[in-house]
Each structure stands twice: as structure tokens, then as C-alpha cells.
Ligand binder design. Structure first.
Ligand code: NAG
Ligand code: NAG
Ligand code: NAG
Ligand code: NAG
Length: 409
């Protein structure tokens, strides 16, 4: 309430009348001032509460004001005429992430360098039609299973399933038309974008109707959070991921080799010529091999030798800091955290030469491409006796989380 209100009881009538009329004006003015003050306080409160840290520098608990709320716009259409949506997040630190509903694809990640210069650090294309035609997996969802499945065949509860073999006799990234080529049902839910794809029973040979939800969020702590959730009507192998390609010099700069990469594991999965795990699925120490990335390693030194590799992190379900990619010249870095047990490291060695990307970029293999750090199950897990099984059953809910945290130093 207002402080300087008069008390009429101790005054004469004249005084009261005069005071009252003055008082009415004063009260009116004060009320107006009060309303303005309250509005100003609220505006300042909401403006400043957007990026709240406590004195220890740690992130405070989630609050309404902390949310980076995405926006939605149309992004053209695919060949069958269905419309594609694009969603944009921009946080308080000038980081922008864009995602489209075709393939639940991350199309752009803009971030500042140590001098504040903002560049797009993820490879991609300008239009939905290009994503559809090129079918490169760049930035896209991977499902039902990420990476290679030996022999494109597996057995669950005594029943054999043959699924599509889209790479010789094996399957890669879910078959001929994996989740990268599906139009997701996408909407904004609060501070998240949720993209849902229902994979019909028998799609690409997989059992059960699988309902998958890919959710995306960008925080003011510079984390791009990818949450995966799925349920099924029949037991099916599953492990979902995303195939974003990073280049911290800017997506069209090439010079991939200038990155420093650390992968915080001393264990990897040795693979054969078909990029499949050897034998029944073996793990080996990286120590003394080219695969040892435990300390920051110049990508140029290993790019011709590490074609596809998968590192193992043992436990599933708990959040682990698995890798850091950094660019010593411009200061940009990305920390990768995941609940998955594996990390696929890939330096674009199979990328087509002269692949025209967004903004006139020309991508190509090795140093002309990007660096992929793809959290996932252990490869071909469903039919490698030594690897954890990757079967989702009808009574279960599949959930995994990956975080790409952006920084500059
Ligand atoms: C974001 O970019 C704007 C325009 O370049 C700049 O003025 C501002 O300082 C930047 N903010 C941060 C947090 O870097
Ligand atoms: C799967 O393929 C193998 C080899 O072609 C074949 O022998 C087997 O009968 C097939 N199984 C099913 C269930 O179709
Ligand atoms: C590999 O090297 C790391 C770091 O030097 C060490 O901690 C680890 O024990 C070694 N692992 C094996 C299996 O030799
Ligand atoms: C290796 C791995 O992460 N496998 C997971 C794949 O999904 C199934 C179903 O949720 C999980 O049980 C596995 O842990």
C-alpha cells in the first residue's frame, strides 16, 4: 500500500475536504506512479532473471525466466507436398540453433568465437528439398538403430528378423529410409521442441510399432540438450542418435584438421574392413594405438587413420563427459555429455567430394567435411554376444540424453 496516506479523523471538516481533494489527486498520482513502478519492477525482474547464476557461478535451479523459448516458421515442403517446419532457439549468449521437422535435423548452430564473431559451425543445406535429395544424414536423426548392424539380421526371443541391408550385406543407420528421411510431427512445448515419429510395425523389417520422441532444448548455460524417448508394441532393437557435423572454423571453412579432439576413454571397439566389430564384439585398450585420444590430439594427425571408430564408456544411463572438440585459434569448443555407453568418432572420410551445402559451401571428405561425435549404443549391439543388448520391450520406456555444451576460451 501507499505510505503517505492522511488520517482524516484528527482534522476539521474543511481541512478534511481540502485534504481529501488534494489527497484524491495525490492518491491518483501516487497510484499511477505505483502502477508504473510495479510494471517497471516486473519488466526488470523478467529481463534480468533470464540468466541467473548464484554467487558460486553454478547454474541456479530451473525457473520460468531461464527458459529459451523457441519460435516456429515454415521451411518449404518435401516432394509429396507435406510442409516442413523450422524452429529457432537463440539464447542470451548469441548462440542460435535451428532444427527442422524433416529428419528432426539440426540445420544450423551459430556461436561466437573469443572475439564475439558469430559463425555457423554445423554443416547443412539451404532447403528441405536438398535434405531430401542428398540423403547424407548431415544433422539428421538416426533410427531405429545408429551405425552398422552386421548381416542385417538378428534374433529376439527365438524369432529371426531380416531387416533392410542398405550397405552390402549389412545395415547402416536404420535402413534405406531411416529416421533421417522421415517427416516428424513437431511442436513447441514450453522451452522444448518435441518431434515425434511413429515407425510402423515392419518398417525396414523391424518388429513392432515404435513411437519415438526426439526433443530439443537450448539453455542459457549454452547446452543443446537432445532427449530421446521411445515405446514399442513388440520387442525391437533401438538406439537413437543424431548425426550433426561440426566445424568450429565455420561450416564452410574446411580445415577440419586444425581441431583438437579429446575422447575421455581408454577403451574402443576394434572393427574390420566392413566397419563392423570384430568377432563377437571385442573391446581393446587404445593405449599405444592411433585411437588414443585421451589427451587433446590434433585431428590432422589421425584423420587418415581413424575412418570410423567407437569408444566405450562402460556404464549406461549415467551422464558422462565423453569428449571435447576445440579450436585453439578461435577459442570455440564443444563438450559432449551423454548417458549412452558409446561414442562414434567420424571425420567425414566417406563424404562425397564437391557436396554443395548451405550459403555456397562446398563440403568434401576428410579435412573438407566436419567432425562427428555421435553418442550411441555399442555398434551392432543387438547381435554381438559380448555387447549389452539394445532391445526395447513393450513394457519399457527407452530414454537417453546427449548434451552438446558450447564454450569459448
Ligand atoms: C551478442 O551480439 C551483439 C551484437 O553483435 C553484441 O552487442 C552483444 O554484446 C553480444 N552478446 C554477448 C553475450 O556476447
Ligand atoms: C533371413 O535371411 C536368411 C538368409 O537369406 C534366410 O535363410 C532366412 O530364412 C531369412 N529369415 C526370415 C525370417 O525371413
Ligand atoms: C591406458 O592409459 C591410461 C592413461 O595413460 C591409463 O589410466 C590406463 O590405465 C591405461 N589402460 C590400460 C588398459 O593399459
Ligand atoms: C547399449 C544401449 O544403450 N542400449 C540401450 C538401447 O535401448 C535399450 C532399450 O531402452 C536399452 O535397454 C539399452 O540399454
Amino acid at each position: 500500500m501507499l505510505k503517505n496516506e492522511v488520517n482524516p479523523v484528527t482534522m476539521s471538516d474543511a481541512e478534511v475536504n481540502s485534504v481529501c481533494s488534494r489527497s484524491r489527486i495525490i492518491v491518483g498520482v501516487l497510484t499511477a506512479v505505483g502502477v508504473v513502478a510495479i510494471v517497471v519492477v516486473l519488466v526488470v525482474y523478467f529481463a534480468t532473471s533470464n540468466n541467473t547464476h548464484d554467487s558460486s557461478g553454478k547454474t541456479s535451479a530451473w525457473k520460468e525466466g531461464d527458459a529459451v523459448i523457441p519460435t516456429e516458421e515454415p521451411f518449404g515442403e518435401i516432394k509429396d507436398g507435406r510442409k516442413v517446419k523450422r524452429f529457432t532457439f537463440t539464447n542470451n549468449n548469441n548462440i542460435t540453433v535451428r532444427i527442422i521437422s524433416y529428419g528432426a535435423t539440426i540445420t544450423d548452430i551459430l556461436m561466437p568465437d573469443k572475439n564475439g564473431a558469430i559463425l555457423d559451425i554445423s554443416l547443412g543445406f539451404n532447403t528441405a528439398a536438398e535434405y531430401e535429395d542428398r540423403h547424407t544424414y548431415i544433422g539428421a536423426a538416426l533410427g531405429r538403430i545408429t551405425e552398422r548392424l552386421k548381416g542385417a539380421s538378428f534374433t529376439i526371443d527365438g524369432v529371426e528378423y531380416n531387416v533392410s541391408a542398405n550397405e552390402g550385406q549389412n545395415q547402416v543407420h536404420g535402413g534405406f529410409y531411416g529416421f533421417d528421411s522421415k517427416l516428424f510431427d513437431a511442436k513447441i512445448k514450453g522451452n522444448k521442441v518435441e518431434m515425434t515419429y511413429v515407425s510402423p510395425n515392419g518398417e525396414e523389417g523391424f518388429p513392432g510399432e515404435l513411437t519415438s520422441v526426439f526433443s530439443f532444448q537450448l539453455t542459457n548455460e549454452n547446452e543443446l540438450i537432445l532427449d530421446y524417448r521411445a515405446t514399442t508394441t513388440k520387442a525391437t532393437p533401438i538406439n537413437l542418435s543424431n548425426h550433426v557435423y561440426f566445424n568450429l572454423e565455420g561450416h564452410k571453412a574446411g580445415k577440419n584438421g586444425d581441431h583438437l579432439l579429446s575422447v575421455f576413454s581408454d577403451t574402443y571397439v576394434p572393427i574390420d574392413e566392413a566397419f563392423l566389430p570384430k568377432g563377437n564384439g571385442e573391446l581393446a585398450t587404445v593405449n599405444g594405438t592411433i585411437f588414443d585420444l585421451q589427451n587433446p590430439t590434433l585431428v590432422r594427425k589421425v584423420i587418415n587413420d581413424i575412418i570410423v571408430s567407437c569408444y566405450s564408456f562402460g556404464d549406461r544411463g549415467t551422464r558422462k563427459h565423453v569428449a571435447r572438440l576445440e579450436n585453439p585459434t578461435n577459442g570455440r569448443y564443444i563438450d559432449v555429455f551423454t548417458t549412452e555407453p558409446g561414442l562414434d568418432v567420424y571425420f567425414s572420410s566417406h563424404m562425397k567430394p564437391k557436396l554443395y551445402g548451405k550459403d555456397g559451401a562446398m563440403y568434401g571428405p576428410f579435412e573438407d567435411g566436419g567432425v562427428c561425435l555421435i553418442p550411441m549404443q555399442l555398434p551392432s549391439g543387438v547381435n554381438m554376444p559380448n555387447f549389452p543388448d539394445t532391445i526395447l520391450r513393450p513394457e519399457e520406456i527407452y530414454t537417453q540424453r546427449t548434451i552438446y555444451k558450447f564454450g569459448v576460451k
